[in-house]
Structures are given as structure tokens and as C-alpha cells.
Design a protein around this ligand. Structure first.
Ligand code: FE2
Length: 282
């Protein structure tokens, strides 16, 4: 493997390692994503939409997904009853959040020696994998992901959440590659999404502060080839645009988190049932 570009990571808050997976390996991950879509259960059609406050069921389906494989649909893919309004093959936004624990293919690549090597070079001592997702970003319907820091959603003290993002197709300007504000991981955490301390509220999750309006002029695009690894600092501001192209932009992503002298917030949305633990990377 090529030399790890630690300098780039420290300066920019993200790093790209090309050819992290071979073409065959990227294809295997891609096929596993297609397989999930093909086998998506009809009774699991919950629209993934954290803005939508109308359905407690949807919120619970999301909140209970830490140790399951749950299916989240694009806005506009389902009607109010959960019937498909588009072709099933382009209906999913993502599947998560325990693919790394429950699906053999995603498990194999998450716990791969190459992943462990990167985590060691980043200084992780006792890392765990709190979540994983397969993201579809299908042509025309694949929605934008607004500017955010991952630590807003997965908070630890001190900050340690680190994203591993592997596209299984070339991620381009047209199909919704990642965009970053270089160096923004140095300005601290802007806000947090927490479980609502107000009981009996309609909102299960609330932001402790409004999200800042980041200037679009600050973002730089990071188009990458399929099978690349993008390592994403928990504090770097990033986003992706909606997919305006005719091509999909599938990606497998998971997070690595330190547990040695690090506290995972009980206010985070992602919680395992009592007695269960996030799997150790090594
Ligand atoms: Fe993110």
C-alpha cells in the first residue's frame, strides 16, 4: 500500500488513499449493496428524513437500528402508506447501521487488515466500530447531504469519531462526490444532535444549537475513484450534492471510535440495547 498521507489528514481533516481496494473487491462490495436493495423487506419502508416530525414509527425505526439492518428510503420514493412511487432499484437512500456486524461481506471489509493498519497509524488504541451504512445516491433521486461534522451525530469526549468512506463506483462532480472545507476540523464542534431531554415531546432528537451557515465558496470537491478510501475527521465540515447524473454513486461507510479514555455520549441517537457493545476493530 502507498505511504499513508498523514500530513494531508492533519492539515485538511481528510485524506484520500487511492486503490485501497482492488477493482474486484470494490465490485464485491457493490454487489453486496445491490443484494441488500434486492432483498429489502416491504414492511421496512421508512423514509429516512430527520426533518420529518410526523411519524414516531419512522423515528423509532431509525433509533432502533444500531444492532440491525434497517432500510431508509429517498424522499419522494414512497407514498404515505409506504408504497413505492419509483422503481425499487433506485428507491433506497441507505441501509444501516450494523452491516459490519451482521452481513458477512461488509464485516470482511470493515475488519480487514488494511483498515486496522490505517486505524493504528491514526493512533487508535482500542477502537470499536459503532456504525456502518451502505449509501446509494441513485441517479436523479439521490438526495444531497447538507454540510455537517460527523461528531455532531456521534459525539465522544474527547472527539474521536473517524469516518471511513469507500465508494464502489467512481465518485464524480456529477454524481455527488464529497466536498470538504479543508482545515475546518480545527475550529471545534459547532453543534450536537441529542436525544430530546424533554419527555413526551414529538421530537425525539434535537440540535443543541442551530447549524451554522457555511459559505459554499469554502468547499472543495473530492472526486475519487471506486475502491479508494476517504478518511474523514469527525470535525471536518463536509457535504455532498444531489446526484444530477445518470449514474449512481454507491458507497460503503463506517465509523471508527476510540474507547480508551474516551466516553461515548449517552445523548447520541445511536445506542445499543443494554449489555451489547460495539465490536472491537482489534
Ligand atoms: Fe458525514
Amino acid at each position: 500500500m502507498s505511504k499513508w498521507p498523514l500530513d494531508q489528514y492533519d492539515v485538511n481533516g481528510f485524506a484520500v488513499i487511492e486503490d485501497f481496494l482492488t477493482e474486484e473487491e470494490a465490485n464485491e462490495l457493490h454487489e453486496a449493496g445491490l443484494e441488500l436493495c434486492k432483498n429489502a423487506p416491504e414492511n421496512d419502508r421508512a423514509v429516512f428524513n430527520t426533518e420529518n416530525k410526523s411519524s414516531h414509527l419512522k423515528d423509532k425505526y431509525f433509533l432502533n437500528s444500531a444492532n440491525k439492518i434497517h432500510y431508509f428510503y429517498e424522499n419522494g420514493a414512497l407514498d404515505d402508506q409506504g408504497n413505492l412511487l419509483v422503481n425499487k432499484s433506485v428507491s433506497l437512500n441507505k441501509v444501516g447501521h450494523a452491516l459490519h456486524a451482521l452481513n458477512p461481506t461488509f464485516k470482511k471489509y470493515t475488519f480487514d487488515e488494511r483498515v486496522k493498519n490505517i486505524a493504528k497509524q491514526l493512533g487508535f488504541k482500542k477502537p470499536t466500530i459503532p456504525q456502518s451504512m451502505f449509501i446509494y445516491k441513485n441517479p436523479k433521486i439521490g438526495g444531497e447531504v447538507k454540510p455537517h461534522q460527523d461528531a455532531t451525530y456521534l459525539h465522544t469526549e474527547p472527539i474521536s469519531i473517524t469516518g471511513f468512506w469507500i465508494p464502489t463506483e467512481d465518485a464524480t462532480l456529477e454524481n455527488g462526490c464529497l466536498w470538504f472545507i479543508k482545515g475546518s476540523h480545527k475550529h471545534g464542534l459547532d453543534n450536537r444532535l441529542i436525544r430530546n431531554p424533554v419527555r413526551n415531546s414529538d421530537e425525539f432528537l434535537v440540535y443543541d444549537k442551530p447549524s451554522p451557515a457555511y459559505s459554499q465558496d469554502l468547499f472543495v470537491a473530492a472526486p475519487v475513484k471506486k475502491g479508494s478510501l476517504v478518511v474523514i475527521h469527525g470535525l471536518v465540515v463536509h457535504q455532498s450534492e444531489l446526484n444530477r447524473s445518470e449514474k449512481s454513486r454507491f458507497a460503503y461507510t463506517f465509523h471508527v471510535m476510540e474507547t480508551d479514555n474516551v466516553k461515548y455520549s449517552p445523548e447520541n441517537w445511536l445506542q445499543l440495547p443494554k449489555g451489547e457493545h460495539f465490536p472491537e476493530l482489534y
